[in-house]
Write a protein that binds this ligand. Structure first.
Ligand SMILES: *Cc1c(COP(=O)(O)O)cnc(C)c1O
Length: 461
């Protein structure tokens, strides 16, 4: 214990220790993630096809399976300096409270107005859009974190930002909406009358409160029918994992500084971007045969892509307009029950993480909502941060692992990603405190309905 005390509460990095390049884990993977397919031809999406929807440089990053390191442009490094490096915190108070011999560290990404790690990729995507000379970008947002991050990034680079926000969130989360508008974004509740797909959905389902899949379809239409606009996405894609590698690179630099070697690295998994970014450089060491770590992805039991999904090509959106991605999926029409961890309610998973999981490099665990909020509260009371419900999935498993160490007496080193703060999620906390939160877990029959809609073709059965 005494020797340990030399490790400060927060490990910061010096100027010269700050990463200047992102790390692309695909370069070190023997089995590369499967390419995106054109749903019409079932052929890999080409650069030309993808650049009609996405910014050119981002398409290059999406398709780049070979370069391990990619320079972070100077302008993005400059922006990162406003809120990075994020601290790596030794959870001394939590360890003390749990009376565990485990050593717990967390990387805190909630240190900016968007309240989550999503700004790391939003600023990169806005930068490349600006560099291409575009007028603006469109996107969707569910819970609102991604829309907020992108609004901040666009205002910094003076880009127009159109956000399609799932109607139910638009109405229930007016504060998130106002933060976006503060940064100048144009926020439209989805489905809307502003797109053909929105009008069609409204005609077929009058009074619908919308879904993420529908908002994606509207945002893609809004981008592809406007001169000078492209669509951007906040998770799942390879390019987003690449930008989020800044989380893992900083974490590794901080740990290396004190000679700390983690036994396990834990993160919550929605579309997989924060987890993919956190583990990237460590996974690289494993893939190159240099080290060995346990990696644990944590997902809600209500949306169990890794633990109960199928590893198949599927649509990325409910509207079935986006390319097919090979990933662990619950089916593009799967609508999870009203779990409060909005950012973890996606039916699919990053194809990079999916391949690593299929190849046995990663474990996955699903946890129930009430146990997640119990962990969130336990953490908030001793560590001085009110965690986001999404992040609290990782806290749950970190605490579980620390308690195992207490039983066995093992002094394991646990690192987990604390992706954000939960100040806009107080309705969920309220439900938890009032005992009104339930733990709905989909039955096999429920999941089968989603699996039935996965497109089947030769090699995808
Ligand atoms: C969006 C979000 C997540 C999940 O997204 P990933 O792409 O899986 O990282 C987790 N935590 C917070 C706070 C989020 O906003």
């Amino acid at each position: 214990m005494a020797a340990d005390k030399k490790i400060p509460y927060k490990i910061y990095l010096e100027e010269q220790e700050i990463p200047k390049q992102w790390y692309n884990v695909r370069a070190d993977m023997k089995h590369k993630p499967a390419p995106l397919l054109n749903p019409g031809t079932l052929q890999p999406m080409t650069f030309e096809e993808l650049s009609g929807v996405f910014c050119e440089e981002l398409v290059r990053q999406e398709l780049n399976d070979t370069d391990a390191y990619i320079d972070i442009p100077e302008e993005i490094q400059q922006f990162y300096k406003m809120y990075r490096p994020a601290p790596l915190v030794r959870a001394y108070c939590l360890e003390e409270k749990l009376q565990t011999p485990a050593k717990i560290y967390y990387k805190f990404e909630g240190n900016n107005t968007s309240g989550s790690h999503k700004l790391n990729s939003a600023i990169a995507q806005a930068y490349y859009a600006k560099k291409q000379g575009l007028k603006g970008v469109t996107t969707e947002t569910g819970a609102g974190q991604w829309g907020t991050a992108l609004s901040m990034a666009c205002s910094y680079f003076d880009l127009d930002c159109k956000v399609y926000m799932v109607k139910v969130s638009y109405e229930q989360k007016p504060f998130r909406r106002e933060v976006m508008r503060t940064y100048g974004a144009d926020v439209t509740p989805s489905p809307s009358e502003t797109t053909a797909v929105g009008r069609k959905i409204l005609q077929e389902h009058p009074g619908t409160t919308g879904s993420l899949g529908c908002a994606i379809s509207e945002a893609v239409e809004a981008a592809t029918t406007r001169e000078g606009y492209r669509y951007v996405l906040g998770s799942v894609l390879n390019q987003v994992l690449l930008h989020q590698s800044i989380i893992g690179l900083e974490t590794k630099a901080a740990l290396d500084k004190y000679g700390i070697v983690p036994d396990m690295i834990i993160g919550c998994a929605g579309g997989g971007s924060n987890l993919g970014g956190l583990i990237a450089p460590f996974m690289g060491e494993v893939l190159r045969g240099e080290k060995n770590y346990r990696f644990i992805a944590v997902e809600p039991a209500s949306c169990p892509s890794f633990t109960r999904g199928k590893f198949l090509y599927d649509f990325c959106d409910t509207g079935m307009v986006c390319p097919l991605a090979k990933m662990y999926t619950l089916g593009s029409n799967f609508i999870p029950s009203a779990s409060h961890a909005g950012g973890l309610r996606y039916h699919g998973m990053s194809s990079t993480l999916s391949q690593l999981y299929a190849d046995g490099y990663m474990e996955a665990r699903s946890v129930e909502q009430t146990s997640v909020f119990a962990a969130a509260e336990q953490f908030a009371r001793v560590e001085g941060i009110l965690p986001a419900p999404e992040s609290s999935h990782a806290i749950r498993v970190a605490i579980d692992e620390a308690m195992k160490c207490k039983e066995t007496g093992e002094e394991k080193t646990i690192v987990f990603g604390l992706t954000g703060t939960g100040y806009f999620d107080m309705v969920a906390y309220e439900k938890f405190h009032n005992g009104e939160m339930n733990d709905y877990i989909p039955t096999d029959e429920d999941l089968q309905q989603g699996f039935d809609r996965i497109p089947r073709f030769a090699g995808n059965e």
